[in-house]
Design a protein around this ligand. Structure first.
Ligand SMILES: [Zn+2]
Length: 503
């Protein structure tokens, strides 16, 4: 998209930034942001050092770490046990109940790291040149730490909330989403109407140099995982036979490869482009602000790049083949594996019908579906979306925010069918290079981002969770009971705690 270059005429003015509501200013002016930011950096460093690499996950270690931090502020938490060593955690600070609860969601597990390719130990939480290194710094222990810090700050400050704030840290997002699927079954205990989760974040120089785009995920594409199976007579490698499975599979794969994906731009995508265009100004900005000019002039650019093409098409991606085991044996069955991601409005059945149509002339072809999940989304016209957008760009005249359709899926896709308005936004602003360390090497986040992120997330949560008229904090909590001198921590609470952090 950087190459959508047209004559830059000064035709459009960037939109005026919305003022911060006075009541948000009231509450956040009382916070020692330097101290909270420093504490947040310490918490994240320690959290990154807890080994929750999935597989196998060991999320009980991460849940125990979060529980210990919460307990320091006398916030109780509850564990949901998935299996041996695998747990999710839920903690709640109460509000008046005038509004349904707000969930701050994160996942505890992280993907594996090729340690030898890293400059720092991926499980160290090392601090180097203003950065915190570690698997999960961006995806998503960084956000988990911010959410924890926002919760404890609201609790310490005794902010009079009009809704419960619920911290939810789940196991197994990176593999089978078993943690979130379990939490969804207990939704009567959780009860959130709104949720903040991972999804988008701020990327500097995303489309245009000098402009940062803060994408807030409002929707996720559907998922359709399917094997195409070819069957035929088994035989000896020395002699060719008619209708063998490998030949049929090749023919069918070639037929599938002729598929032309049709672009379909979703309303939220037009909104994001319009916001970017209004902020950018000039002729390019004008093009991006109108649907007809986007269709006429920018669609080709969007289709020309695999990343943007994925946001405007139903993709069908060949990700593997299987079935051949020996040079001299013709197998009776071979398979091609496809990962298809579907735009809102396209069903798995429709993609299956397309595959069947494309391969109709090849004999012996069938399909086996492994995963079929419809796309879902949350409205842009929502107070939480508005608040996340506001604080993403507050004090950053070079930045713009807007909705985005995530091409991958997160745990939000399991919450939305319950009626939850779920938005994916991690309040960090990073370079494209740093963003690519997610699931890559040297995953990192700057300490400055942690400081900024906790303030911006706090502001958004306050905006949607505090009565605008309220100015007085709740009465202070009673003093803590005297400590029980001989009470030892449970062994499971210490399990997995890195040596340097052990009490
Ligand atoms: Zn993640």
């Amino acid at each position: 998209m950087t190459t959508v270059l047209f004559l830059a005429l000064a035709l459009a003015k960037p939109p005026e930034p919305q003022p911060t509501p006075e009541y948000v200013e009231h509450w956040r002016s009382q916070v020692d942001w330097k101290a909270l930011g420093d504490e947040s950096v310490d918490v994240l460093a320690e959290y990154l050092a807890v080994d929750t690499v999935n597989p196998p996950g060991n999320e009980a270690r991460g849940a125990a770490f979060l529980a210990r931090e919460l307990a320091k502020d006398r916030i109780e938490s509850k564990r949901y046990v998935l299996s041996e060593g695998r747990e999710s955690l839920v903690a709640r600070i109460p509000g008046s109940g005038d509004q349904p609860p707000l969930c701050l969601l994160s996942h505890i597990d992280v993907v594996p790291a090729e340690e030898e390719r890293w400059d720092q130990d991926p499980l160290s939480g090392a601090r180097v040149d203003g950065y915190l290194y570690g698997r999960g710094a961006l995806d998503m222990k960084g956000m988990g730490a911010l959410e924890l810090q926002v919760l404890r700050q609201l609790h310490r400050q005794r902010v009079p909330l009009n809704r419960d704030i619920v911290l939810v840290a789940v196991a197994d997002e990176e593999v089978d989403n078993l943690g979130m699927k379990q939490i969804v079954e207990h939704w009567d205990e959780i009860g959130c109407s709104h949720m903040v989760n991972e999804g988008g974040l701020g990327i500097r120089d995303a489309l245009f140099d000098g402009q940062a785009v803060h994408a807030i995920s409002t929707a996720e594409k559907g998922v359709f995982w399917v094997d195409m199976i070819a069957e035929g007579p088994a035989g000896h490698g020395s002699t060719e036979d008619e209708g063998e499975a490998p030949g049929r599979l090749l023919e069918a794969m070639q037929a599938v490869a002729t598929r032309k994906a049709k672009p379909r731009i979703e309303p939220d995508m037009y909104t994001l482009l319009a916001n970017i265009g209004a902020h950018k100004g000039g002729f390019t900005g004008w093009v991006l602000r109108h649907r007809w000019t986007v269709n006429l002039l920018a669609k080709g650019q969007l289709m020309g790049n695999s990343a943007t093409r994925a946001t405007i098409t139903d993709t069908l991606h060949l990700t593997g083949m299987s079935g051949a085991n020996s040079h001299n044996v013709v197998p009776s069955e071979v398979r091609a594996r496809y990962d298809s991601r579907l735009l809102p409005g396209t069903t798995g059945d429709e993609m299956l019908a397309e595959l069947e149509h494309l391969t109709r002339k090849v004999d012996g072809i069938s399909f086996e579906v492994f995963h079929d999940q419809l796309s879902n989304g949350s409205p842009v016209d929502d107070p939480l979306f508005a608040a996340l957008s506001r604080y993403a760009v507050e004090g950053r005249p070079y930045a713009v925010a807007g909705p985005v359709l995530s091409v991958g899926f997160t745990d939000s896709i399991f919450a939305r069918p319950l009626g939850v308005h779920a938005y994916g936004y991690v309040p960090f602003e990073v370079s494209e290079e740093d963003a690519n360390t997610m699931h890559g090497h040297n995953e990192r986040v700057s300490e400055e981002n942690v400081h900024e992120g906790v303030r911006r997330l706090y502001s958004a949560v306050v905006e949607v969770s505090v009565n605008p008229e309220a100015r007085e904090p709740l009465p202070p909590l009673p003093p803590p009971p005297a400590p029980e001198p001989d009470k030892e921590p449970r062994p499971e609470d210490l399990e997995g705690l890195p040596e340097q952090f052990a009490p």
